[in-house]
Design a binder for this molecule. Structure first.
Ligand SMILES: CC(C)(COP(=O)(O)OP(=O)(O)OC[C@H]1O[C@@H](n2cnc3c(N)ncnc32)[C@H](O)[C@@H]1OP(=O)(O)O)[C@@H](O)C(=O)NCCC(=O)NCCS
Length: 197
């Protein structure tokens, strides 16, 4: 992984309908609304959140980790009305192999409008552009059709099926592992990384 042009807490990406920006302490109520939504959390790696303290603790992890470049999580803020509609992340970064994993969650009442596709195009472009990653991965529940479709639309390939890899609230589930190589991504090379294609 190359040193990014900006520290992660300074990263701002823009798409047609969204501003992608790091979360701040004041986002805790909106973040709780996202991560307590049982529909959006159906295939997540944790149960739905139940308290504002979970949102505050999660934002505190970002405020500590972003300046260190440990992970990048960006909020999806509507350019129409300023509402926080979701988050997308780059984590499990492996600098020598220039590899990272993406994660994403969108408020369920705005699914199906291509919003996450827009956000992920910008995030993937940042990862392959400014960060110069070589490979991206995504670990999803094989039953999560919307997520699989989102990854396919970005050009990810399903590379494997890992059995009984997660236990969430007592429910055992498998992993579908997806991968995307820099050489498969049609976006511009470094240093353009503003999400425009
Ligand atoms: C996955 C998710 C981000 C997709 O967001 P979205 O903005 O609705 O996605 P898009 O509108 O870009 O749609 C992507 C594709 O999925 C399809 N899709 C959307 N909702 C769907 C659903 N409930 N079931 C099946 N397909 C669905 C869309 O039709 C589209 O397919 P297309 O390219 O053939 O038109 C959203 O469903 C979500 O937040 N899910 C919960 C969190 C999650 O599971 N995250 C993944 C784990 S890391």
């Amino acid at each position: 992984m190359n040193k990014p042009m900006r520290r992660f807490d300074e990263v701002r990406l823009q798409t047609t309908r969204l501003d992608l920006r790091p979360l701040q302490a004041g986002d805790a109520p909106a973040l709780l609304a996202l991560f307590s939504d049982p529909v959006a959390m159906r295939y997540w790696s944790t149960p739905p959140w139940t308290s504002i303290e979970q949102a505050q603790a999660s934002i505190a992890v970002d405020l500590d980790g972003l300046p260190k470049g440990e992970h990048l999580r960006l909020g999806l803020q509507s350019r129409d009305d300023g509402q926080l509609l979701g988050t997308c992340s780059l984590f499990a970064l492996h600098p020598t192999s220039r590899r990272g994993e993406i994660g994403y969650l969108l408020r369920s009442d705005v699914w199906g409008r291509g919003l996450m596709h827009e956000a992920l195009q910008a995030l993937v472009q940042f990862a392959f552009g400014e960060l110069q990653l070589h490979r991206l991965e995504a670990d999803i529940d094989p039953r999560n059709a919307a997520s699989a479709r989102s990854l396919q639309r970005l050009g990810f390939t399903k590379e494997g099926h890992l059995r009984e890899r997660w236990i969430v609230d007592g429910e055992v589930s498998d992993t579908a592992l997806y991968g995307l190589l820099r050489s498969e991504w049609p976006g511009p090379a470094y240093p353009q990384s503003d999400g425009r294609r």
